[in-house]
Design a protein. Sequence first.
Length: 203
Amino acid sequence: MIIAIDGPAASGKGTLARRLAAHLGLKHLDTGLLYRAVAAELLNRGLPLDDEATAAEVASGLDTGALDRDMLSAHEVGEAASKVAVMPAVRAALLKLQRDFAATGAVLDGRDIGTVICPDADVKLFVTASAQVRARRRTDELAARGKAADFDAILADLVKRDARDAGRAVAPLKQTADAHLLDTSEMDIETAFRKAVDIIDSI
Ligand code: C5P
């Protein structure tokens, strides 16, 4: 079984994907980590974020066994990731890896799983929430980890990142006609999880 979960930043899709994978006994891939890893390596090596050939080379050589979730979760890395994610050569370099991962059954979450990576997924979920709610969650998450977080700055960044992710020419974030919409603005993770399980069970 392949479950494709797409949605904007801080919508709760990652937490939901992990819970569903554990519940269903499937592997899970947070595909945002791949774009984050490419961006982090460019930043660490002092390389430009807008040079497509260099970014694609980094993407091709990515060691997926060594992804440091904690380091990659930094807010600035997410911003940089959405800049490298607009480049077709970067996306092409990461395509096979994601399809191979999905081949034996998995839960994948990202922006283009239902549209490009796994268009034939058994279940597609589009997880979203209002920008205000997402910014609040992200601010609280950072604060809980002892990191300084300014709500207004985070909200502005999220809105900018949404526009970049949904407005790009290649693999933009969008809900497909066959995806089930889960708006988590007024839901806790437990409720969202139960709704997702109901959707999966009904298929
Ligand atoms: O989901 P996360 O915030 O970790 O993703 C970071 C960035 O990576 C996103 O803003 C998006 O630009 C990019 N991304 C993507 N396609 C995916 C997953 C992430 O373009 N499947």
